[in-house]
Design a protein around this ligand. Structure first.
Ligand code: ADP
Length: 396
């Protein structure tokens, strides 16, 4: 019996959820933003719809974590820090080394730091978060949960790039993927929902959030995934380009007089995707609403749908079949029209949804039409729950 904390530290943000364990009841959640940027917002939800809000100056993640700990007792969410049985940290890059979540020791922390080159924007914040919790709560176990570990099962043929082999040998240049914690949760929930062993299922999971990716799950393992060496690859996202021809990148840099590759990568990460094409918004809700009047918003949407359909087709071919197509994350769980438009393109495969069943947001449901030969499901993801389950599993 105790309380477990799932923490997601970004470069200027810190999000958390606290669960009562083993009941898995969520007892608090919150976010700290603009850390180090002035005018930081703090929001903590707890109890029966109570909310703590404050705007202040958070100079560092340590400030944020100190306030979080103060408020956990101050707001009576817990009575004593002794109630905290573990802290789980989302870590973006686990490389080839971390095939599972890991209890933090000096050694694992050093390993995580050594992988900073694989996620230069995200890894330092996670490391800082881990170090701060270790300092402030030295008796509590910390666990790192990696976005990549679920994908360490990819077969070589799917994780290798067609580049000189020595780059893999010397620099570990390969596909690592992302959203692995979500895929781990959703694949198991899907198997439970269908009442079949996961190892007997071929699944395609569409994790469609601001960051979006697609995973092919075969024999209970990640078999192929749309993100690549980094989360920039794959389908069109809110602000990320997804797959692009590298020669085009060189051409654009030349034409636009961009001399620093970091500036170009920043454009591909933050000014492309839905916002880049539509010029309207990075938020799918706004792109959807603008479609009528803005041809480019309509185009952005069509491209978003097209890239998803393209990956689904190739993953069905790669796996030699499919049992269920699964929608999850912000857009996947909430956009009735995205689900409709994606599945409308897939009738050839026997994928067909029932429009009445599809008229729903954020609940577990079989959306398939009666005459569909492949199931289409809506399974909301819960990465934080997966993180605290990992704490329970590993602290024993
Ligand atoms: P991330 O975790 O990558 O930030 P989320 O999974 O929280 O993303 O998804 C956020 C996205 O979900 C938002 O950018 C928004 O575009 C999309 N979204 C949320 N609700 C809806 C909706 N009703 N219709 C379409 N898109 C939605």
């Amino acid at each position: 019996m105790g309380k477990s904390l799932a923490v997601n530290a970004g470069s200027s943000t810190l999000k958390f959820k606290m669960f009562d364990m083993p009941s898995e009841k969520e007892i608090a959640s919150g976010a700290f933003d603009r850390i180090g940027l002035g005018d930081s917002n703090i929001e903590i939800k707890y109890g029966d719809g109570q909310k703590f809000e404050e705007t202040t100056d958070l100079k560092s993640h340590e400030d944020a974590i100190q306030i979080l700990l103060d408020q956990l007792t101050g707001l009576n969410i817990i009575k004593d820090f002794k109630e905290i049985t573990g802290i789980g940290h989302r870590v973006v890059a686990g490389g080839e080394f971390f095939t599972d979540s890991a209890v933090i020791t000096d050694d694992t922390l050093a390993q995580i730091e050594s992988l900073t080159e694989f996620a230069p924007l995200h890894q330092p914040a996670a490391v800082l978060g881990i170090k701060t919790f270790r300092k402030l709560l030295p008796d509590v176990i910390n666990v790192a949960v990696f976005d990549t570990s679920f994908h360490t099962t990819l077969p070589e043929v799917n994780y290798m790039y067609s580049l000189p082999y020595e780059y893999y040998e010397k620099h570990k240049a390969r596909k690592y993927g992302a959203h692995g914690t979500s895929y781990r949760y959703v694949s198991q929930r899907t198997a439970d929902f269908l009442g079949k062993p996961l190892k007997d299922l071929k699944l395609i999971i569409l994790h469609l959030g601001a960051g979006a990716s697609i995973d092919a799950v075969k024999d209970g393992k990640s078999f192929d995934t749309s993100m690549g060496f980094s989360p920039l690859a794959g389908i069109t996202m809110a602000t990320r380009s997804g797959d692009v021809d590298v020669s085009l990148v060189q051409y654009i840099m030349d034409k636009e007089g961009i001399s620093d590759i970091d500036d170009m990568v920043d454009i591909l990460n933050h000014k492309s995707g839905l916002i880049g094409i539509s010029g309207v918004s990075a938020d799918m809700r706004e792109v959807e609403a603008a479609q009528k009047d803005h041809p480019r918003a309509k185009l952005a949407r069509k491209m978003f749908i097209n890239r998803i359909v393209r990956y689904i087709g190739s993953y069905i071919a790669e796996m030699g079949g499919l049992d269920a197509l699964v929608f999850t994350a912000g857009i996947g769980e909430n956009s009735i029209t995205v689900r409709k438009e994606v599945t409308d393109e897939l009738g050839y495969f026997g994928i067909k949804i029932d429009q009445e069943k599809n008229d729903v947001r954020g609940v577990e449901r079989d959306l398939s039409a009666d005459d569909a030969t492949i199931k289409t499901l809506l399974i909301p993801t819960d990465e934080e729950l997966m993180i605290v389950r990992d704490i329970e599993r590993l602290r024993k």
